[in-house]
Design a protein around this ligand. Structure first.
Ligand SMILES: [Zn+2]
Ligand SMILES: [Zn+2]
Length: 339
């Protein structure tokens, strides 16, 4: 399957959490957790459309200031999603600066708070010195944060000590592959019309919706959506990417993660400690590499990335990744799984 999501760990496996996902054909990116962001270029930062914060520990949110600085002269800032309390935490962060000279700036952005039954949202505008306003309930049924034709994002709460850490699932609702050779065969000229053709397919437009197809000879031809699809495209289950971090190694969490990651194309999961340090992992409310790899294996994930490694393993940086990969490939197994 041709990828529509292009992920990268902003700070590598030992740095602050931040998974930057470029969305193909959208000039947009999504950011899962908001640790240090100085490794992203300004151009990359400005593409960020939505930010999903697992929880407000400093390593997951310290990059917020960098983002704010980047968007300060723009009219739109990313929508920020986070766990209960994030509205007040962002408000407090904004209140810690002096804003007497920005009344003419157009920047406005929204913060949305996940909630087990329902969420809340609020706005912050430069014109109002970034005071919290327009606070109101916000529906996030079944943890669904975004549902557009191009992607949807769901959140699930995991225990991280006595706070919630949100895990996120990013999915492409329907994958549409275009056959380049078919385009050539029929004399169709590739171009932006293909993006709107895919948009209409995903949005479930009627089969007979007319599509104007530009031809290589400079003319164009009108075709029905379904007929065009049967000639140049195929559809299949969309891509699924799962982001899990800062979760206590409890049975309840592990069951939730295994269910979330079921058949994921990519599982990006924290592996803070080696399994030999499980006691430490329990104490710090983090997963071990062995647990991360085994979860990926049990869920049938196609690929596994681990990150958020403790700096204590930096003298042999590949060791922790190796443990996760060995568990993922089934090369090590612990009869007493999960512990
Ligand atoms: Zn963390
Ligand atoms: Zn944490």
């Amino acid at each position: 399957m041709r990828s529509v999501f292009f992920p990268k760990l902003v700070n590598g496996p030992f740095g602050d959490p931040g998974l930057y996902v470029r969305v193909a054909h959208r000039r947009q990116a999504l950011l899962f957790d908001c640790g240090e962001l100085y490794r992203l270029t300004p151009r990359e930062r400005l593409k960020i459309h939505d930010v999903f914060v697992s929880h407000a520990h400093i390593d997951h949110l310290v990059g917020f200031d960098t983002l704010l600085r980047q968007f300060l002269y723009h009219d739109r800032g990313p929508v920020l999603y986070g766990p209960p309390g994030i509205l007040e935490q962002i408000e407090a962060r904004l209140r810690s600066y002096t804003w007497n000279l920005i009344a003419g700036y157009p920047l406005a952005f929204t913060v949305r708070e996940w909630g087990a039954t329902r969420g809340r949202e609020g706005q912050f505008r430069a014109a109002n010195a970034f005071r919290l306003e327009g606070e109101r309930p916000w529906a996030c049924d079944d943890g669904c944060l975004i549902h557009s034709g191009h992607y949807r994002v769901r959140a699930t709460p995991l225990d991280h000590g006595d706070i919630v850490s949100l895990a996120f699932v990013l999915e492409e609702p329907l994958h549409i592959g275009i056959h380049k050779d078919a385009l050539e065969h029929f004399g169709f000229r590739p171009g932006p019309w293909l993006t709107s053709f895919k948009d209409q397919l995903r949005a479930g437009f009627q089969d007979d919706t007319p599509i104007e197809v530009p031809l290589l000879n400079g003319r164009s031809r009108r075709m029905a959506l379904a007929e065009l699809c049967s000639r140049i495209a195929h559809t299949e289950r969309g891509m699924k990417m799962v982001y899990v971090t800062d979760a206590s190694p409890t049975t309840d969490n592990l069951e939730k993660i295994a269910a979330l990651a079921k058949d994921a194309h990519l599982l990006v999961i924290e592996a803070a400690f080696l399994h030999a340090d499980l006691d430490r992992a329990r104490e710090r409310n983090h997963l071990t590499a062995y647990i991360a790899g085994t979860l990926g294996r049990e869920a049938g994930a196609a690929r596994l990335w681990t990150f958020h490694h403790s700096p204590r393993y930096q003298d042999d940086p590949e060791r922790i990744e190796r443990e996760a990969e060995d568990a993922f490939q089934g090369r090590i197994a612990n009869a007493a799984w999960p512990f």
